[in-house]
Ligand binder design. Structure first.
Ligand code: ZN
Length: 222
């Protein structure tokens, strides 16, 4: 009787272990296919790109491209500037990035819906056109799984800046803003698109903002 009981419990244990293992494999498959995400970043892939067209579709199919569901929605809706899509493609050729927001889900002030202009109370940039609102700006919060916050001089995060600086002036964003340590280490100028105002660096401690001020051309002179 004792032996039978022992065998019975052993079978239960084996069965439980198999069930847990199957569950993990199932979750892994869902994650691989992009059906579930751990955290705010959904990984690019064919299924994610369904319904998108053109370059936006190609970006969404990129495994190195991760984004929030709102950012994916903007790409599918075709409201993201093509130059921005191309810049992100250049970055994702070398690094995995997680995009927080283009237009949808972007807030300058918590709880205040974004509009065509930056809110007056948002430092020196207050009152200027809001490039996010027009699909001409992106916020990147993570690079290769590392958060931009506190990692301004991390080689991968610096390399994103190097890739941007190699984009020709008229295709390169003319609103490049990141943490102060990041901007300092890269040593780029306003003529190249970097915004170096103290109050803007302070507001970009935890993400890299890439934007285009105008619909046509850029302010970059070199
Ligand atoms: Zn931004």
């Amino acid at each position: 009787m004792y032996r039978l009981k022992k065998i019975f419990w052993r079978l239960i244990l084996i069965w439980a272990a198999v069930a847990i293992l199957c569950g993990l494999v199932f979750l892994l498959l869902l994650w691989e296919s992009g059906r579930i995400a751990f955290g705010p970043c959904i990984r690019g892939g064919e299924r994610i790109a369904e319904g998108a067209t053109g370059e936006a579709r190609e970006l969404l199919e990129t495994r190195n491209f991760e984004a929030s569901s709102e950012a994916i929605g903007d790409l599918k809706a075709g409201i993201v500037d093509e130059r921005l899509v191309a810049t992100l493609q250049a970055i994702t050729e070398e690094h995995r990035v997680c995009v927080d927001a283009f237009k949808e889900g972007h807030y300058f002030l918590p709880g205040v819906p974004d509009g065509p202009l930056i809110p007056k109370s948002y430092g020196n940039a207050g009152g200027l056109p809001n490039s996010h609102y027009y699909g001409r700006a992106v916020d990147v919060r993570r690079v290769n799984g590392k958060s931009v916050s506190g990692n301004g001089t991390d080689p991968d995060i610096l390399d994103v800046g190097e890739i941007i600086s190699r984009v020709p002036p008229q295709e390169r964003p003319d609103q490049v803003i990141g943490p102060e340590s990041w901007a300092e280490a890269l040593g780029r100028s306003g003529e190249e698109g970097w915004i170096l105002d103290e109050d803007q660096l302070e507001r970009h401690k935890d993400h890299i903002h890439l934007g285009y001020i105008r619909n046509d051309g850029t302010w970059n002179v070199r």
